[in-house]
Design a protein around this ligand. Structure first.
Ligand code: SF4
Length: 238
């Protein structure tokens, strides 16, 4: 596939140079290289909130958005307002054209249990594609230790799925690193994390986990699905 990165940008060189850089240095590089054509999607996990804290100090005007499926927890929506009050960053809510009521009516009811891939496609991926139109790069909050899929990502790489440079500033951080940063800097976070939910998505597809379970075991529990499709790797990244 033809890779159209901004002129003079060598992604392999940038990835090699930034492979062990601090997240703030990676974000600084991304802002210098791409802002204002740099964007970020966040589901308000602790990783995303940590990045928002960093962006508030580096470049608070980076456009950040949330894929508001209509099925998010009230605690997640409240966190958006707490972030705005704390940092002055208004995370944009990006929605599907159809409201949840319209969507469910046209499908004979909710389909998150019967066909979660289509539900994620319609409520997340389609709005996401529109939301990133015109941008050159996006920031993600994935960590390599979250899954085998994510372990194959680069700090800076080409996301052929969306036609964007993808910047993963927290790739080398562990869950412990993230929480140490959140606690030390008093970063706002979702209170559900204190109630057994390490990974939070839409309420129909998220449950609390039991001791010893993988941190993403509560997402689409009981189904083969482990990712919503935003961060699945394609062959260009393997
Ligand atoms: S996570 Fe569940 S409710 Fe949310 S878009 Fe995907 S299938 Fe639908």
């Amino acid at each position: 596939m033809m890779i159209e990165t901004p002129p003079g940008l060598d992604l392999a060189e940038a990835n090699a140079r930034l492979a062990n850089a601090r997240p703030q240095e990676i974000l600084r590089w991304a802002v210098d290289a791409f802002h204002p054509k740099l964007t970020m999607a966040t589901a308000f996990g602790p990783e995303g909130c940590a990045i928002l804290h960093m962006l508030a100090e580096i470049e608070p005007r980076v456009r950040v958005f949330n894929l508001d499926t209509g099925y998010q927890f009230p605690e997640t929506l409240e966190l958006r307002d707490r972030i705005a009050r704390r940092y002055g960053i208004e995370v944009e809510m990006v929605r599907a054209e159809a409201s949840v009521a319209e969507y469910e009516a046209s499908n004979g009811g909710p389909i998150y249990a019967s066909d979660p891939d289509r539900c994620c496609h319609d409520r997340k991926l389609v709005p996401l594609r529109k939301a990133v139109e015109g941008y050159d790069a996006w920031i993600s909050a994935i960590r390599a230790d979250q899954s085998e899929h994510r372990a194959k990502a680069d700090v800076v790489g080409w996301d052929a799925k969306f036609g964007l440079v993808k910047v993963n500033p927290l790739l080398k951080w562990t869950k412990r690193d993230v929480w140490a940063f959140v606690v030390t800097n008093d970063v706002p976070y979702n209170p559900l994390h204190d109630q057994g939910y390490p990974s939070i998505g839409c309420w129909p597809c998220t449950r609390a986990i039991r001791q010893g379970e993988d941190e993403r075991a509560g997402r689409w529990a009981g189904q083969a699905k482990t990712e919503c499709g935003l961060h699945s790797l394609d062959s260009s990244q393997l």
